[in-house]
Write a protein that binds this ligand. Structure first.
Ligand SMILES: [Zn+2]
Length: 521
């Protein structure tokens, strides 16, 4: 209790410092400057936050490989940043996700050591604020942010959302209230940069977090920040958002909705059920993959959907622009350098282009070289003609996805294969939208069991019907293989009418895999 009190009063002091800090006169030129100096920024961070820090895992790896600062500096000048990172990767200078999370020891030749995730924290800037990952990639991690970093995130956010017409639209934010800090951060950022959030509709947290959220809002308003009090959504009901958007539209206003992917799909479904016109609404969403089925639902209502791609330990990885579709984003080249390595997704024979991330900003909360986060994608150059391109975001990542594992009874499936059943076939047959169905992998004694959850709101009444349909579809995909047969013969696969599990960050993933923590039953 005392710890919680001190955390929230610290947060309150941090907010005061942030709100009082100066607003940048030109967010665009601050970003352009960091893109121009990204190689110099990398070398500086390498020297000050890695090589000068004996605890840093990359320092241990570089010492082991006998690679010093002058060597890397010469390579960067000769071959460029990305080519140098590829070379370093081939020389063993990288961390896998399991190594980073301390689940697996780092082993390179005779060198063996264990990483604590705090080992990668930036020692150069004083952290004033905490942000927690949702836990969708394993245990949630706390990332500690400095004021300098928080102020820079505002610039990125402003440039990005301005490109998606924020100044011409009214923003409705669905980002979480306290205990998460994302909602407050969004309110502060846009109020400081002249496009205050018009409406905030997060999911309803428990009572004492609602009180805390209101206290912060009173504090913000006293400091002159234009921030709306939240209108909490009733459990699992997105109709208030659909109604608000339609109301604004009838008055000739267009809306930009920020938040996660699943709520966006549910808002569109709610609008369609009520016969409300929300065409022209732009959803700028992240947290989950924007699958083809979800794009089809949003676009079917005449609305628009753009991706953002954020990894909480690393910050914004990329931003979609008006010309991009699905999971395609301009890479935040000011903050990150990204290369790819080809590997097999765990327990499958499917090859993926796994992304390796290197942080560049002097105040980056996590300092990393070639850090793998178990995400895959296609790197390339952007060809669109947009404001982000003009800012210098000339590289892109397309077809981003998290390659997880889904194992059942000694067989393994690539997530993409079952996705079409969950997101297209099941809704077609039994109604609802993609986030109404979820496949959950869990430990049951020594075995792994798989549960297919179907949202009770759909009113489906026969578990056997759903089970038979799902297994038939599986067999259709894997005709001739033993996978479908193994599933159907095993008692470990069952259908349950219950709401899909949300992660701490209120995301719903179509596949909820082993190791996903803190499920909300
Ligand atoms: Zn673009």
């Amino acid at each position: 209790m005392l710890k919680e009190f001190s955390y929230y009063s610290q947060l309150s002091r941090s907010i005061v410092k942030w709100v009082r800090s100066p607003v940048a006169s030109s967010p665009l030129s601050a970003i352009q400057e960091n893109i121009q100096h990204r190689e110099a920024n990398f070398l500086q961070l390498l020297q000050a936050a890695i090589l000068a820090n004996p605890k840093h895992p990359l320092k241990k790896l570089l010492d082991w490989a006998g690679i010093g600062y002058e060597d890397i500096e010469a390579r960067v000048h000769r071959n460029g940043l990305e080519e140098t990172l590829q070379e370093l990767y081939r020389e063993g200078i990288y961390l896998t996700h399991d190594e980073f999370k301390g689940k697996q020891e780092v082993k390179r030749g005779a060198l063996v050591f264990q990483v604590a995730s705090s080992d990668l924290a930036n020692p150069l800037y004083r952290a004033i604020m905490e942000a927690s990952s949702s836990g969708s990639r394993g245990n949630p991690t706390i990332t500690r942010r400095s004021l300098e970093y928080q102020a820079y995130r505002e610039l990125q956010e402003t440039v990005f959302l301005n490109e998606l017409e924020l100044p011409q639209r009214e923003q409705l934010a669905t980002t979480s209230a306290i205990p998460a800090t994302g909602g407050l951060r969004r309110l502060i950022t846009h109020a400081r940069y002249g496009s205050p959030v018009a409406s905030w509709m997060p999911l309803r947290p428990v009572f004492h977090y609602r009180v805390l959220t209101s206290m912060y809002l009173l504090q913000l308003r006293a400091m002159g920040i234009r921030a709306p009090f939240p209108r909490y959504l009733p459990e699992d009901d997105f109709t208030p958002i659909a109604k608000w958007i339609a109301g604004r539209k009838s008055q000739g206003k267009q809306v930009l909705v920020t938040g996660n992917v699943s709520p966006a799909v549910r808002v569109v479904a709610a609008a369609q059920e009520l016969g409300l016109d929300i065409s022209g609404t732009r959803f700028v969403v992240g947290g989950e993959a924007i699958t083809a089925a979800k794009v089809a639902i949003v676009e079917g209502a005449g609305a628009l959907i753009n991706a953002r791609y954020t990894i909480s330990e690393l910050g914004p990885v990329g931003f979609g622009c008006k010309h991009m579709h699905g999971n395609c984003v301009h890479l935040s080249m000011d903050a990150l350098a990204v290369i790819a390595r080809e590997r097999f997704a765990p327990l499958t024979d499917t090859k993926v282009q796994s992304l390796l991330f290197t942080t560049l900003l002097p105040f980056a909360p996590t300092v990393a070289i070639n850090l793998e986060m178990d995400d895959a994608g296609e790197l390339g150059n952007s060809t669109c003609d947009c404001g982000l391109m003009q800012a210098g975001y000339t590289q892109q990542i397309n077809h981003i996805f998290s390659y997880g594992k889904l194992t059942g009874y000694g067989t393994s499936l690539m997530a993409g294969d079952v996705l079409s059943i969950l997101e297209v076939m099941l809704p077609k047959r039994f109604g609802g939208v993609p986030s109404d169905y979820q496949l959950i992998e869990q430990e049951a004694g020594k075995h792994t069991s798989i549960e297919l959850r179907v949202h009770p709101r759909l009113g489906v009444n026969s578990e056997a019907d759903v089970r038979d349909f799902f297994l038939r579809e599986l067999q259709r995909i894997w005709s001739g293989s033993s996978t479908g047969r193994t599933w159907s013969q095993s008692g470990g696969f069952q259908v349950r009418f219950a709401a899909p599990i949300q992660t701490n960050g209120k995301k719903i993933h179509p596949l909820h895999l082993l190791g996903s923590p803190h499920p909300r039953p």
